[in-house]
Design a protein around this ligand. Structure first.
Ligand SMILES: NC(=O)c1ccc[n+]([C@@H]2O[C@H](COP(=O)([O-])OP(=O)(O)OC[C@H]3O[C@@H](n4cnc5c(N)ncnc54)[C@H](O)[C@@H]3O)[C@@H](O)[C@H]2O)c1
Length: 337
């Protein structure tokens, strides 16, 4: 196969980013169907794509032999049923974050994809972010010496005009609050750049009752490698501070990701004045993600964001919730069950 026909399943807020992303890969893929249980949303996204069909049932999508793959952009409590059904229908899958609400669901999704021989790509834009991939290489090459700690942040205002959806603010549906919805992006950076996390301790709080779950959290992490990490996550912070959102501290230097200085900046101990901008901009993070996915499906490249990445990210979120509930450190066992 050298070209992928994709069905977009879930035509809400984030689907537009996926449409824009595929528009940058027209030589390798195109969106042929837009599916949403809300016919108006399906029709509106189909007209945005231009020549896509609008449908209201995923069953119709999965029965269509002209569809090679689906892009799961539904609320995350729908992800497991959509992914498992798609795998059984022999479709490749890119599934938005968070992968699911439980580790058992993640395992069932991975298992369904593996037994069907289809690609299941976890759609976490930070995992495929050019700055994160370059930072991973530099850290592995010892560019900043031994990593001693990582600070990450996912803090902004949510709701109002930004990310407003009914399901998102009902913990009975989502299984969590800001950590599961937004903080999980930063947890991916912690894991990607710091390696496995052995244990976490977490505090959660809420300033905005209308958001349902916790809207603010701090997670302290003990990495298996002995270094430490911390995450501040909030949906109640007035603005998105335009500063680095992840800082990796090493014995010989520091890497910063994001912010006005550049997408990836290195500071070295042997030349403290010489800040080096290693990457000016990340570009469109959704287009980068789709590009890596297409490399895997069409060219057999390694899947750099398999279901196990989504599972590990979720395992940290769930351990953090457990820690907040028990008011103590909680160990993480992220091995497949
Ligand atoms: N930066 C990011 O990567 C990012 C940002 C926002 C959302 N997301 C993720 O994208 C997913 C969707 O979020 P959103 O903000 O677009 O939500 P949304 O509520 O705006 O859109 C979800 C859409 O799915 C539709 N839907 C629900 N059940 C369906 C079904 N069975 N079949 C077809 N359509 C169905 C809904 O009608 C709705 O239009 C979530 O997993 C979310 O976490 C990721």
């Amino acid at each position: 196969m050298n070209h992928l026909n994709v069905a977009l399943v879930g035509c809400g807020i984030i689907s537009e980013n996926h449409i824009d992303a595929y528009a940058q890969h027209t030589d390798r893929a195109r969106i042929v169907v837009c599916c949403d249980i809300d016919p108006e949303k399906a029709a509106s996204r189909a007209s945005l794509v231009g020549d896509a069909r609008a449908v209201t049932s995923i069953d119709e999508v999965l029965a269509d032999p002209g569809v090679d793959a689906i892009e799961v952009c539904t609320p995350h409590h729908i992800h497991p049923e959509a992914v498992i059904a798609a795998a059984r229908a022999g479709k490749h899958i890119l599934c938005q974050k968070p992968l699911a609400r439980t580790l058992e669901e993640c395992d069932a999704m991975a298992e369904a994809a593996a037994s069907a021989g289809v690609v299941l790509f976890y759609g976490e834009t930070n995992r495929t972010l050019p700055a994160a991939l370059l930072a991973e290489k530099l850290i592995a090459a010892g560019q900043i010496g031994t990593v001693v700690g990582i600070q990450a942040r996912a803090a902004h205002w949510q709701g109002g005009v930004y990310m407003t959806t009914g399901w998102r603010y009902d913990p009975a549906i989502t299984g969590g609050g800001q950590l599961l919805d937004g903080g999980i992006h930063a947890i991916d950076l912690l894991l990607h750049l710091g390696g496995p996390i052995a244990a976490v301790s977490c505090y959660t709080t809420r300033f905005r009752p209308e958001l349902g779950g916790e809207d603010t959290a701090v997670v302290n992490a003990r990495f298996s490698g002995g270094h430490l990490g911390t995450l501040f996550a909030s949906q109640a912070a007035g603005i998105w501070v335009p500063e680095a959102n992840c800082i990796v501290f090493g014995t010989d230097g520091v890497l910063t990701l994001g912010g006005p200085q550049g997408a990836l900046v290195q500071y070295r101990r042997d030349s403290p004045e010489s800040k080096q901008v290693l990457l000016e901009r990340n570009g469109d993070s959704f287009a980068a993600m789709v590009g890596r996915y297409l490399d895997t499906v069409l060219n057999g490249a390694e899947n750099i964001s398999p279901a196990s990445v989504g599972r590990e990210n979720l395992s940290v979120v769930l351990a953090a919730y457990e820690s907040a509930r028990l008011s103590r450190e909680v160990s993480i066992d992220s091995r497949p069950s």
